[in-house]
Design a protein around this ligand. Structure first.
Ligand code: SAH
Length: 248
């Protein structure tokens, strides 16, 4: 897709060859095919091998072009088994963690999902493949803007990005069928619990410098809580970008 767009912009046969490389027999540019092969390998070696089974999640992880969501200098590491820096002191999570958290939300296709911590927009794109609408918030405005631009360019019309403090959730759009927090906090922001629909699921890394991915499910009369796996995320920040831990 990158190449096709670039081709339109450059509109020259020589540049087309320079920018995209040779086309393969079925017409897909060789670079796209190479990226697809990397994604297929990532899914087999990092996700299926570690127990991710949801076919929708695996298909989404095969589809979303992760290399577009990392800075150009890291594109060749985009499908490696780890997190990567995305600027502003933030990181895009390891592919396995993205898949694991997404699978835990058990999306069926009709859900309205809230993400706190847009970052690169990658997790939002994966969610957008599996849910009806995704609303995502980041406290770092340049990250929110960049992610919004990229998601629009890639055709994710069902994602809305906002700059702001996700601790408050997105009350005007509540309730949400699923909420995912991709920054660490030592307590669940109460507004997020309030904005979860009955039957809805919320997943977040809960703890101090080391955290546990924790899943909440809202029932008719409360919340069920399940601790899943140990993780390390960057911290949830206040609007002035200081550490969020400790209640406001
Ligand atoms: N989900 C992202 C990675 C998130 S990294 C991806 O797929 O790339 C954590 C993100 O949380 C960072 O971008 C950081 O700016 C954001 N963040 C930290 N505190 C926040 C807050 N209070 N509200 C919203 N976003 C916050």
């Amino acid at each position: 897709m990158t190449c096709r767009r670039r081709t339109v912009a450059l509109a020259g046969f020589a540049l087309l060859l320079l920018g995209c490389g040779a086309s393969s027999q079925d017409g897909a540019p060789a670079e796209d095919q190479a990226r697809q092969a990397e994604r297929d390998r990532m899914v087999a070696d990092q996700l299926v091998a570690r127990g991710v089974t949801d076919p929708g999640v695996l298909a989404a992880m095969r589809r979303v072009p992760r290399h577009r969501f990392v800075p150009g200098s890291y594109a060749r590491f985009a499908y490696a088994d780890g997190p990567l820096p995305i600027g502003h002191g933030q990181t895009i999570s390891q592919p396995f963690i993205v898949a694991f958290m997404t699978e835990a939300l058990a999306l069926q296709g009709r859900e309205k999902v809230l993400e706190i911590g847009t970052g690169s927009g990658y997790q939002a794109a994966v969610l957008a493949e599996l849910a009806s609408r995704v609303l995502t918030v980041d406290v770092v405005e340049p990250l929110a803007k960049q992610a919004a631009g990229l998601l629009a360019e890639l055709g994710y019309a069902n994602v809305t990005v906002r700059a702001g403090d996700g601790y408050r959730g997105w009350p005007e759009e509540a309730p949400f069928d699923a909420i995912i927090v991709t920054a660490a906090t030592d307590h669940v922001p109460p507004p997020l619990l309030d904005q979860l629909a009955i039957g809805g699921r919320l997943i977040l890394p809960l703890g101090g410098s080391f955290q546990t991915l924790t899943l909440y499910r809202r029932t008719g009369d409360g919340y069920e809580r399940t601790e899943l796996v140990p993780v390390r995320f960057v911290p949830l920040l206040r609007e002035d970008r200081t550490h969020r831990n400790g209640r406001p």
